[in-house]
Design a protein. Structure first.
Length: 95
């Protein structure tokens, strides 16, 4: 991955003035290439097409995790309990 990103970075001009002109001409293509690398190597950057219901569930899941973090930060939680909560956060729910 490092080599692939370094090769992509090597396409960027080092001079700031050159960079701006280069970006106008090549930025979109370069960005797409970076995005594709991320998708291929880490399975991130996909153009997810969630249904309205799925988006609502994701928002609820995010809000619940955010509330949990805020509660942990505002009150005393033992190290053991904190580690247990953190190790199980953001895992898929069991049905």
């Amino acid at each position: 991955m490092r080599q692939v990103l370094q090769a992509l970075k090597s396409k960027l001009p080092s001079d700031e003035q050159e960079f701006y002109q280069w970006w106008v001409n090549h930025g979109e293509e370069w960005s797409k290439e970076l995005c594709q690398i991320c998708i291929d190597r880490h399975s991130i950057g996909h153009d997810w097409q969630f249904t309205k219901k799925q988006a609502e569930l994701l928002n609820q899941y995010y809000a619940a995790n955010l509330l949990l973090v805020e509660c942990m930060n505002r009150s005393y939680v033992s190290k053991q309990v904190r580690e247990e909560i953190e190790s199980t956060m953001l895992l898929p729910s069991k049905k």
